[in-house]
Design a protein around this ligand. Structure first.
Ligand code: F6R
Length: 364
């Protein structure tokens, strides 16, 4: 049931502190400040590379995870959408690890990619939300997301639960590979454990998001920009918006602005910038200045320090709670989802059943 909410999507967005908290509790030992991974038939220490395959929103979760595995665990990651990966005949070394990510566990292309990697002698680890699904049954290692049933066609809580699982895996990999001492692991685990509280705080900003949604609803096209782990979030924001509001939206790495999309900038194209005050923040500020100099209108999602340091004139700014940049994608997912949701609701769209879309894509 939808409980007190108008739509399943709203309910599922608001459930995130609880279900992400439950998922995190499954993967961390609070007392020792360490992650607890499923039993693995290999050691992360011995891996040379990791491949990640998924579709849609699950693919964007994988893209965030690429930053985590490479930065924290120094493990090279190849990631692709399953519909490309399955036919590319990529050379895969036996004994290495393939991760597939799927909410439903039934996505045809993702399943085909899994089977390809398995046929090459790779270990298969699936991050799935439906434990009885085909993908889960076909995987030697299952890392469950504990999001509970996701009814809204647009994925929300499954995405943030996928992020929680993938960050836990990356922390475990970093430890196994000797890139994280006890104190370092505890710092990351503390940051992860703090996420549900930060998501609750982010949800408290909903009224401000609604205000911005009225602006976005007037647009024909919207551009999302981000750097680092905020880049996949920009892609996810654009996907969410186009799925449920039918407004054309594109996500770009902020640094790519100059290489093409800057030509689109005018006063009619809202530019949504996702920029926690992290190591690449100043670079993103430069990109925002380029947008502003061309009359572009910016909607900025950042934290208090980001507001102070950017000193930008924006059409609107959403201020997120302060958080460790490592966990920012989980927290910033909340306003990104709310913005798409409220834009679509404001436009009178069927948020839970957008046209032409199916919840589970079991045919390619
Ligand atoms: C977007 C969305 C889709 C799915 C994609 C993969 O909101 O829901 O892009 O993420 O179809 O589905 P699963 O995760 O079930 O494999």
């Amino acid at each position: 049931s939808k409980g007190n909410y108008r739509h399943f999507m709203a309910k599922e967005i608001h459930e995130q502190p609880e279900v992400v908290g439950r998922t995190i509790a499954h993967y961390v030992d609070f007392a020792s400040g360490t992650v607890v991974l499923p039993e693995l038939p290999f050691s992360f220490k011995d891996l040379k590379r990791l491949s990640i395959t998924a579709c849609g929103t699950a693919y964007y979760a994988g893209l965030v995870a690429k930053y985590w595995f490479e930065t924290l665990a120094r493990l090279p990651v190849e990631i692709d959408v399953a519909s490309e990966f399955r036919y590319r005949e990529a050379p895969l070394d036996p004994g290495e690890l393939a991760i597939v990510i799927s909410q439903s566990g039934e996505t045809a292309d993702t399943l085909a990619s899994l089977r390809y990697a398995k046929a090459q002698g790779q270990h298969i680890l699936s991050v799935v939300n439906v434990p009885t699904s085909t993908i889960a049954r076909d995987s030697a290692i299952v890392a469950p997301t504990l999001a509970g049933p996701e009814i809204g066609v647009a994925s929300t809580k499954a995405f943030t639960c996928q992020l929680a699982v993938l960050l836990s895996l990356a922390i475990g990999a970093a430890r196994a590979r000797g890139h994280l001492d006890e104190a370092g692991e505890k710092r990351l685990v503390d940051a992860l454990v703090g996420v549900p509280g930060l998501m609750t705080e982010a949800l408290h900003g909903e009224a401000a998001v609604e205000g911005l949604a009225r602006e976005v609803a007037k647009a024909k096209d919207v551009l999302y920009l981000g750097r680092g782990t905020s880049f996949p979030l920009a892609l996810e924001g654009a996907l969410k918006l186009k799925e449920i509001s039918y407004i054309h939206a594109e996500g770009y790495a902020a640094g790519e602005l100059k290489h093409g999309p800057i030509a689109l900038i005018d006063e009619d194209l809202p530019v949504i910038v996702i920029a926690p005050c992290d190591a690449v923040f100043e670079k993103t500020v430069s990109n925002m200045q380029e947008v502003a100099a061309r009359g572009g209108r910016i909607l900025l999602i950042t934290d208090r320090q980001g507001v102070a340091q950017s000193a930008m004139d924006t059409l609107g700014t959403l201020v997120m709670p302060d958080c460790d940049p490592v966990v920012a994608p989980l927290v910033y997912a909340v306003p990104v989802q709310l913005l798409a949701y409220h834009t679509a609701v404001f436009m009178g769209k069927d948020v839970d059943q957008p046209r032409n879309l199916a919840k589970s894509v079991t045919v390619e």
